[in-house]
Design a protein around this ligand. Structure first.
Ligand code: ATP
Length: 340
């Protein structure tokens, strides 16, 4: 038996994650599902502990984790950081893996049909860059206040994310940076990219500055297979790609340690407090995150079966209101499982 941990979390997290785990159960795999349903803002309010050492140990001992969403207006952002950053940093989940696949034409904002069938992956560096929290404030509160956020790029961090991107590419790799303007980090990325590219003559290799990449992604996303970028550019491009492929409700993601293989899988959306508890949240992001999870555990055919079932349900209009349907979260999840 392989154990996976599940953290449903807050907001629509429990609703959509329930559909993810039900879908895994419907596949009848040899999985032991360990649900940590007490890791949420309610517990934090009572105990001031976001993720206890015991819970962290359960996560670490499992093969992977399926996460819903964490966050709540009643608690400060420290809570979500304590859960997410602890998992990302202590488990060294250095890859943020964001597939964008258009399941149905009708979900695409692109006008030309031949430019619509998007099926790419954004590989975002997840531990360095502008989001590493290095920096500080000088002369705080004065008219000379100076705020610094340091863009950290290490040889180790850049090499390993590029290695991961090349390891999953089937057609091409496009590296995105802004090395013409952000020179020091940019040159490190360029050097590492050239070195690794020379070892992969089988792949088409391209490079884009981030502004051009955004434009080309919208003009014709079909030209991309794997896009690799630093933390901030990857963050922005993956939301853009998610929207092109049908919006937040359908987008899945993974945070992966490329060395140990441990992954934290979660829908791209957050807790969506505006619709939480109404039973209308789209479960597809969570169900496709669960599919990614089993795919990385080796269940390739089963993961593809889940994606096919999602495809058929979307085609049949058996979807929640955000995709133009009328089904509840539960019924949309059940419709997908019926097509498995
Ligand atoms: P957080 O602060 O946790 O990120 P948020 O509301 O700022 O929450 P999201 O949760 O990503 O950000 O939601 C953004 C918008 O998208 C909201 O209007 C929400 O209702 C909608 N949305 C997000 N996820 C879903 C979903 N699964 N199904 C339907 N609508 C969704």
């Amino acid at each position: 038996m392989t154990t996976i941990t599940v953290i449903p979390g807050d907001g629509i997290g429990p609703e959509v994650t329930h559909q993810g785990t039900e879908t895994l159960e419907a596949l009848g795999l040899a999985l032991d599902i360990d649900v940590l349903d007490h890791v949420n803002a309610e517990t934090y309010l009572q105990t001031r502990t976001a993720l206890s050492d015991d819970d962290f140990a359960r996560v670490r001992a499992s093969a992977s984790t399926l996460l819903g969403a964490v966050g709540d207006a009643r608690v400060d952002s420290d809570y979500a950081r304590q859960v997410l950053l602890r998992l990302r940093i202590e488990l060294d989940l250095f890859v943020n893996y964001r597939p964008a696949r258009l399941f149905h034409d009708r979900l695409s904002p692109l006008r030309q049909p031949e430019h619509r069938p998007i099926d790419c992956v954004i590989v975002r560096e997840n531990t360095e860059g502008l989001y590493s929290q290095a920096g500080g404030v000088l002369r705080s509160g004065t008219e000379h206040e100076t705020a610094l956020d340091v863009d950290i790029n290490t040889f180790h961090g850049v090499s390993r994310i590029l290695d991961f991107a090349f390891s999953i590419a089937t057609r091409s790799v496009c590296m995105v940076d802004k090395s013409n303007a952000v020179r020091h980090g940019g040159q490190l990325w360029q050097r590492c990219f050239q070195e690794i590219s020379s070892r992969h003559p089988e792949l088409e290799i391209t490079h884009e500055y981030v502004d051009a990449a955004a434009m080309k992604l919208v003009a014709d996303p079909t030209r991309f297979d794997v896009i690799v970028a630093n933390n901030s550019y990857g963050d922005i491009l993956s939301d853009l790609a998610a929207e092109l492929a049908g919006g937040l409700g359908t987008s899945a993601s993974a945070n992966i340690n490329g060395a140990t293989g441990f992954g934290l899988f979660e829908p791209v959306h957050g807790t969506a407090p505006d619709i939480a508890g109404q039973g209308i949240a789209n479960p597809i992001g969570s169900i496709l995150s669960a599919a990614l999870l089993i795919e990385r555990l080796g269940y390739t055919a089963e993961a593809q079966a889940v994606r096919n079932a999602v495809n058929v349900a979307i085609e049949a209009g058996q979807v929640t209101p955000d995709l133009g349907g009328q089904l509840s979260t539960k019924d949309a999840g059940a419709a997908i499982r019926a097509h498995l």
